[in-house]
Design a protein around this ligand. Sequence first.
Ligand code: UDP
Ligand code: MG
Length: 306
Amino acid sequence: MKYSIVIPIYNEQEIIPELVRRLKLVIDNLKVPTEIIFVDDGSRDNSFEVMEENHRTDERFKVLRLSRNFGHQIAITAGLDNASGEAIILMDGDLQDPPELLPEMISKWKEGYHVVYTVKRSRKENFLKRFAFSSFYKLLHTFSSISIPMEAGNFSLMDRRVVEVLRSMPERNRYISGLRAWAGFRQIGIEFDRDARFAGKPKMTIRRLIDLALVGLISFSNAPLRLAIYFGLAVAGISFLGGVYVIYEKLFTNKAILGWASTIVAITFIGSMVLLTLGVIGEYIGRIYDEVKQRPIYIIKDKVGL
Ligand code: UDP
Ligand code: MG
């Protein structure tokens, strides 16, 4: 197999026929053996039946069905583990990532790049979401210990060697774009305009997007843990100055002590800082717990054509 295209699918029955139509136009032109692996991430609609039916008419379209909904990143992981191409392409199943960009990605790969990621030049989402995405990428870019390109999501092409690196990473909390950047090799970005979703509602709810953002930030940065140290230093500095003032007042003046308000403010401030930093530490411990449990990352229910 030359190319494998891995596409996570969660309740996208109304999109699949159009997705298949556009993919066919593109891969027919490639004129080399290509497979498409749809990973059904526990869809509750007829997505699986539609994809299974589609396999009967065109064997290049295969299906991997997970036992329940595991989430986007895990679905991609399952697809990568089952792809046999020399180059593997990841894309979303809602046609926000245009299949027509594939030839350009492939030509970069032929030039010798191991990773061709795509950078969103523009997005068709509302202002709030765009703002949230760009803040996330800026935070990640600033605080991560490796350089993770901005506005680069899952839509990408990876050489077999890079995919093997990803597969060798046992972590359960997976942020694929970060892991891909971490892998190294020769990487290049190409720009594209992200389309609007073809049909239906986004399957990544705001909560899931926040979860994913946390996975990204926490698995690629220890900066939040350092917050505790910075807060500690700041509070220590302030209390030192306060202490100097209190001693001065005691020794050299005879003002009455009125300190109630300042005491309460100090206690609540320090209390909230302690809770906040405990929460940050808790996030990391929760993830350590996830990892040590060593559960399988996903469970496969059916394979069609694989
Ligand atoms: N998806 C998935 N599992 C999920 C949520 C989403 O496999 O739990 C798939 C979804 O079907 C789509 C892709 O991941 O093909 C991206 O999802 P979505 O369009 O909702 O994300 P967004 O574009 O809003 O980031
Ligand atoms: Mg989408």
